[in-house]
Write a protein that binds this ligand. Structure first.
Ligand code: B12
Length: 442
């Protein structure tokens, strides 16, 4: 009998959540690895809107495949969020449907649970509690973003038998040996020899695509270096083979998960897009993660348009020079205007191009954000407000500790972006609504 593993993607516990091509990509990579190692693998993904019992509201017509609303179960507000004028909720599969799925799985040898945002840990804990109630004796291993960045918190509180920091591929053989006493003969292979295992889903609207891991940048608010040390781009042919394979599965929509998609574009993204155009493949690409604005030349914008990009998000952060310098000086206003012009000339419309603007940074008067919003709109680009979430181990963390009136070091719930953990004394919820309105008004 083959050994078996059950993979779990837990719920989101938050004030808001909307599915933007969300996929437990880490788990899907690990699944491919496990299958190569001879495991039988099952997945219960609480965030799969296409699950027959998801109760997710039907998708809106004008929203691209892969995006949409989750089923939402209102929850009492945790004490430490008192004063936030928003409903707290659990997003994703109803609990009874989760339990039906968990019970339907024959007792596995190993259970792997992933975790995403650090402040979503209550959903992770709840999943572990429920799994434990059904599969009492099975070792539960927790990994992912929360498990990596808040490792001690997860070890102390999650209820998992083992908490793993960092990429899982390299440590799976050790985990399997330690928990099951099995020596897996396949070597700890590099992640890019695996492909996200999409066979775990009966229904798919899109495929996640990660053409690189890590990031060459060092943005002071970002934890990419801790999560995926170094920077590695997959060979172009390998990425194209993956796209071709997905097309053969009937998939047309793709969402990029790269941290730095446009790095080294001449040798990486450009040849990929040129081949797609040459082969006349029908593809639609979404890049919900902010891309490096200064790298969007006229040629690249044309290729993006012609190869089927539909969702463009630009990592603007701030167009106020002092703030931009503090964040790594990656962008000048002229570069932003040129990139916007290039995208418009290529054919992209206002609603397809969004600019992420960071707000709620340590010591930042959020009124400053209004100016960047206005400049972004002047270039016919839609502002998207991205609230700062402080993360341990990042360059901005000491600043965040100094400016936050809350105990962000010991309580990850305070990392919640909606909470504005680094709020200044002038902060009010009215001001937040005013800025949100300004961003939305055209
Ligand atoms: C893609 C991405 C998004 C996408 C989609 C996210 C999704 N899950 O679907 C979008 C653009 C929507 C997004 C949005 C946001 N994001 Co984001 N995002 C990322 C990004 C770039 C990649 C995540 C990913 O899928 N990686 C790919 C997989 C392969 O890696 P992985 O999941 O880490 O899995 C590996 C290991 O962790 C491990 N592993 C995972 N699970 C398990 C389980 C076991 C048992 C084991 C052993 C190992 C293991 O092995 C895996 C394979 O190596 C990360 C940064 C990063 N480099 O990780 C930020 C990141 C997660 N995002 C972040 C933030 C701040 C946000 C936003 C709040 C930004 C904003 N203000 O709007 C929003 C909020 C999202 C929301 N409400 O849904 C922060 C985290 C904040 C936090 N407090 O935790 C990160 C870390 C970036 C940063 N600032 O440093 N994001």
């Amino acid at each position: 009998m083959s050994p078996s593993a059950l993979l779990i993607n837990p719920w989101i516990y938050d004030f808001a959540a909307y599915d933007l091509w969300s996929t437990p990509l880490g788990l899907l990579y690990l699944s491919d690895w496990l299958r190569k190692a001879g495991f039988d693998v099952k997945l219960v993904d609480c965030l799969d809107r296409l699950h027959p019992n998801s109760q997710a509201p039907a998708g809106r017509k004008n929203h691209p495949p892969g995006s949409g609303q989750y089923y939402r179960r209102p929850l009492p507000l945790p004490d430490l969020y008192k004063g936030i004028p928003r409903q707290y909720a659990c997003y994703g599969l109803p609990e009874d449907a989760f339990l039906v799925d968990i019970r339907a799985v024959p007792t596995p040898d190993l259970i792997l649970v992933t975790s995403a945002m650090t402040y979503w840990y209550p959903g992770v804990f709840r999943a572990i509690e429920l799994i434990r109630s059904v599969h009492r004796e099975v070792p539960i291993i927790l990994g992912g973003t929360y498990a990596t960045l808040c490792h001690d918190h997860a070890k102390a509180n999650s209820g998992a038998d083992m908490v793993i920091a960092g990429p899982g591929e390299a440590v799976l053989p050790d985990i399997i040996r330690d928990t099951l006493g099995l020596d897996i003969s396949i070597p700890a292979s590099p992640w890019y020899t695996c492909r996200p295992d999409l066979s775990l889903y009966p229904k798919l609207e899109f495929a996640p695509l990660m053409t690189s891991r890590g990031c060459p940048g060092r943005c002071p608010y970002c934890a990419s270096q801790q999560l995926h040390p170094g920077f590695f781009q997959r060979p172009v042919d390998d990425v194209l083979a993956e796209i071709e394979n997905r097309i053969a599965m009937g998939i047309q929509h793709f969402a990029f998960f790269d941290d730095a998609l446009l790095t080294n574009a001449e040798k990486h993204l450009i040849p990929i897009l040129e081949t797609i155009i040459l082969q006349k493949w029908t593809t639609f690409f979404h890049a919900p993660n902010g891309m490096h604005v200064g790298r969007i030349s006229r040629d690249l914008a044309d290729l993006m348009y012609r190869s089927g990009f539909r969702t463009i998000r630009l990592g603007v952060e701030s167009l106020i020079p002092e703030r931009q310098n503090e964040l790594g000086a990656k962008l000048e206003i002229e570069q932003f205007q040129t990139a916007a012009e290039n995208l418009h000339s290529a054919g992209f419309e206002y609603n397809q191009i969004g600019a992420y603007i960071l707000y709620g940074l340590p010591g930042q008067d959020i009124r400053e954000v209004l100016k960047t919003c206005q400049m972004v709109k002047q270039a016919s680009v839609r502002p998207y407000l991205a609230e700062y979430s402080p993360l341990p181990g990042t360059a901005l963390w000491p600043d965040a500790l100094e400016h936050s009136p809350f105990d962000i070091a010991s309580e990850p719930l305070y990392h919640n972006n909606t909470f504005f953990p680094c709020r200044t004394p002038e902060f009010t919820w009215d001001l937040v609504w005013q800025i949100k309105r300004e961003a939305l008004d055209r």
